[in-house]
Structures are given as C-alpha cells and as structure tokens.
Design a binder for this molecule. Structure first.
Ligand SMILES: NC(=O)c1ccc[n+]([C@@H]2O[C@H](COP(=O)([O-])OP(=O)(O)OC[C@H]3O[C@@H](n4cnc5c(N)ncnc54)[C@H](O)[C@@H]3O)[C@@H](O)[C@H]2O)c1
Length: 420
C-alpha cells in the first residue's frame, strides 16, 4: 500500500488529537509532512509527535500553501469561520481535503466549496464522523435490508450532557453564533446529516423552535462575580462552579484550554480564560435546547430534539417503519429491532470502539485515505455535496427558529428547483 502524505491546517483538539494519531498508529498508511498552526506551543507539540523539522512547521496556512509541499491531502481543522479560505486554497493547490464540520456558517460558502472541489476534481470530505460508526452503519444496513419496511417516522434525541453544554457552548469555543455557528449547525449538523442518511429522501419542509433559556444574565446569582474563583456566593449550590468542576471531575476538559495540567496551571487558566467565567455571564448566545420538525418528499416525517440538560452525552433514536421498529442508544451501542409480524425483538450490543465519536474519528480517516488511493472521481460517503444537503437543512431550521417556528419550504428558501 502506498503511504499517503498529508499536511495539517490547525493542530488543535481535532487536528492533533482526533485525526493525526492515525499517522502514529498506522505509519504505513499516513505521514504528516507539514503543519500550519498559529499557536507555537501546539505547533511544537505536533512537530515533536510527528518528527517534523522546523522548516516543515508554519505559523499560517497561507505560508505553508505557498511552499507547494509535496503531499496528496490536506486536513483542515481550524475553527468554523476559518474553514472556507484554507479549504478553497488547498483544493486549488491540488490537495484532496478532509474538512472539519461545519463546512462554513455561510450557505454561499458551502455551495462554493462543493463547486470548487468538483471543478478541480478533488475529494472534499466533511467530518460527519457519525456516518462512519458501527452504530449508525448497522442501523443503516437494517433499514437498507428492508427489515422494518418503509420508514414512516424517526425520532432522534441529541443529549448534549449538562457539563459538556456548559464547557463548549456556554463558556467555550462555540458559545456565540456570531463568532462560530448556530447550535443547529455547529453541533447538530451531525444529526441533520444522520437523518438524511437514514431517510435517503429529500427534505421538503422544516420548522423549529428553541432558545437560550437558562444560561443568561437574568439567572446570575445576585452579587456574584464575573469569575467563579472570585468568591461566588452560591459556590456550593452551583453545579457549574468552574473551580470545583475543572479541578475535580472536569480535569479532562481542562486539558482543552491549558497545557499545564497541574492544579496551579488550571487555576491560572481559570483566572485568565473564558473557562473561569460564571455560566450566567459568558457572552454566550447559542440555544440550550432546540426542536426541529422535518417532512420528507415521500411524506415521511422526523422530529429532532437537542437539549443541553441531560445526564449523559448520547444520541437516542427510534425509527418507525411499516414492518417494524428500530430503537438505538448510541453510548451503550445497543440496537433493538422489533418485527411487527413475528413480534420478535432482536437486540444487538456492538463492541465499544476505541477511537472518539463511537469509532468515527479513526474510521473516517481510514475511509478517506482509501478513497484518495483509489480516486475515480466518485463522491465519498460524506462528501461536501452530500453534506451540503444536511447543512442547508440546518440553515433552514435556524431561519425557522428565528422566525417563530415558521415552516420553511427548503427548495424555495434556497431558490432551488425541486427535482421532477
Ligand atoms: N467532527 C466532530 O465531531 C467535531 C467535534 C468537535 C469539533 N469539531 C470541529 O473541529 C473544528 C476545530 O475544533 P477544535 O476543537 O480542534 O478547535 P481548536 O481551537 O482546538 O483548534 C483549532 C486550531 O486552529 C488553529 N488555527 C486557527 N487559525 C489558524 C490559521 N490561520 N492557521 C493555522 N492554524 C490556525 C488554532 O490555533 C487552533 O489550535 C471546529 O470547526 C469544530 O466545529 C468537529
């Protein structure tokens, strides 16, 4: 097998920790030959993990692309609003691209990426990692084998988990849609994508409700400080107290905002970064709960609910077909299929995968590299063209939510001709 050479743009949590370890684990398949990362510490850590010399390390992707590095693929793992330009430039420079989701917070940019990849005949795969997990692939196969007949309706719940909500979407990188993306795109584009994947139908109509109900200034404790460590009067009653959480059970999350994992290092970060702020005063505006209703071309329906107020981080699905029903719980890797005729229930417990996102983080890299090696110009399982459909759904859902739940006709909203 020919080893694929890669460059990485953005050696943050996803670039360095979710995808790059593939090159360490399978060095005969993948080798990183250059990295562009703004943060010196992260850049140096990546260089050391992947044996890169100084001249293979860049502080910006522009400088790296100017050097026309000999490689087949580029991993683009910067934050949401820094996806478009490096992706377009990488494609134009002749690389196949694996791009983190969401493609972009701007629908026009998403469309332009699809067109650019097509024009240059390059693979552009979006990291909708759930598609690559044994859990969702098993469910998809049960549906495609006809075991539950035609799908009539799907219910999908995304349980964000309360501390994950507070870390990522109240204090963290994705708390403000003006700087990143709205929650339905940022977090739940995975779910829009999975619904499209399972349903295998065009979506016609969408409506949505949701809001930021809890994590806002009006719920802040009276007389409480901006930072939890500055003497919060409700420290012992607040589950979100930054000191208690990040110095205790949330130590793992603290690794995402400080490389000094000592007690002193975490305290310093809590005094200087947004992760030490009161959850009720965090400049956040993304919703903490949202529901979406969808109607598909064949009149099947789906309902989706994202909620931050849950005890575990998981997805729960119920798929109702004309011949039977599927129920699944992703964190337990358990899938049940009930047959209406025989009244027989088959319960499958899949192995717990090793890599993140139910095994999806490793599987998407493996699949992408296979596609690069055998590229015939076909679309990948999670190509930009396929992903565009679910991104448009997310944009439409957000438009509906902002418009008091108005029903959006997808084709007319995006000015597209419905296919005959
Ligand atoms: N597929 C998934 O399930 C999943 C999960 C979490 C996050 N994400 C997505 O992954 C992306 C990255 O998230 P993250 O958690 O790794 O963020 P991060 O902040 O840890 O990493 C981003 C990195 O990009 C670097 N960077 C920014 N601008 C740059 C530039 N011009 N040139 C070079 N480097 C630059 C930053 O310094 C940072 O290290 C986001 O878009 C996020 O939505 C996807």
């Amino acid at each position: 097998m020919k080893k694929t050479k890669a460059i990485l743009i953005g050696a943050g949590d996803r670039g360095a920790r979710a995808y790059a370890p593939y090159a360490n684990n399978y060095p005969h398949e993948l080798e990183f030959v250059a990295v562009a990362e703004l943060n010196k510490e992260r850049r140096e850590a990546f260089a050391s993990n992947h044996a890169l010399t100084d001249d293979q390390c860049y502080a910006s992707w522009e400088a790296m692309l100017r050097d026309n590095i000999d490689a087949e693929v580029a991993f683009v793992c910067t934050l949401d609003r820094e996806h478009y330009k490096p992706t377009i430039a990488a494609i134009e420079n002749g690389y196949h691209v694996l791009l983190e989701k969401p493609m972009s917070p701007d629908p026009e940019e998403c469309i332009s990426m699809v067109e650019t990849a097509k024009r240059h005949q390059k693979l552009l795969t979006i990291c909708h990692v759930l598609r690559y997990t044994p859990f969702w692939q098993t469910i998809k196969k049960i549906i495609d084998d006809g075991d539950i007949g035609d799908i009539v309706s799907i219910q999908l719940n995304e349980n964000v988990e309360i501390m994950h909500m507070s870390h990522s979407f109240v204090r963290g990188n994705w708390n403000n849609s003006d700087e990143s993306s709205p929650m339905i795109l940022q977090k739940s584009c995975h779910d829009m994508d999975i619904l499209m994947y399972l349903m295998n139908q065009r979506c016609k109509h969408v409506s949505s409700f949701g809001s930021l109900m809890h994590f806002k200034e009006s719920n802040a404790p009276e007389g409480g400080p901006l930072r939890c460590l500055d003497g919060c009067p409700i420290e012992n009653e607040c589950p979100f107290h930054a000191g208690r959480y990040y110095l205790g059970e949330g130590k793992g999350w603290a690794k995402k905002f400080t490389s000094d994992h000592s007690r002193e290092g975490i305290i310093h970060a809590l005094n200087t970064t947004d992760y030490g702020k009161c959850v009720y005063r965090s400049d956040n505006n993304v919703v903490d709960h949202q529901v979406v209703n969808l109607e598909f071309e064949n009149s099947a329906t789906a309902t989706f609910s994202m909620c931050g107020f849950t005890r575990e981080q998981t997805r729960i699905v119920q798929i109702m077909g004309t011949k039977g029903e599927i129920r699944g719980k992703m964190d337990e890797n358990e899938i049940s299929v009930f047959d209406f005729l025989t009244k027989h229930e088959t319960v499958t417990h899949l192995n717990q995968p090793q890599s993140g996102h139910g095994g999806g983080d490793e599987a998407i890299v493996r699949d992408f590299l296979r596609e690069v090696r055998s590229d015939q110009g076909d679309d990948s399982k999670s190509s930009a063209a396929v992903s565009l459909e679910s991104h448009l759904l997310a944009f439409a859902a957000e438009a509906s939510r902002r418009n008091s739940g108005k029903v959006i006709d997808i084709d007319s909203y995006f000015n597209r001709k419905a296919e005959a």
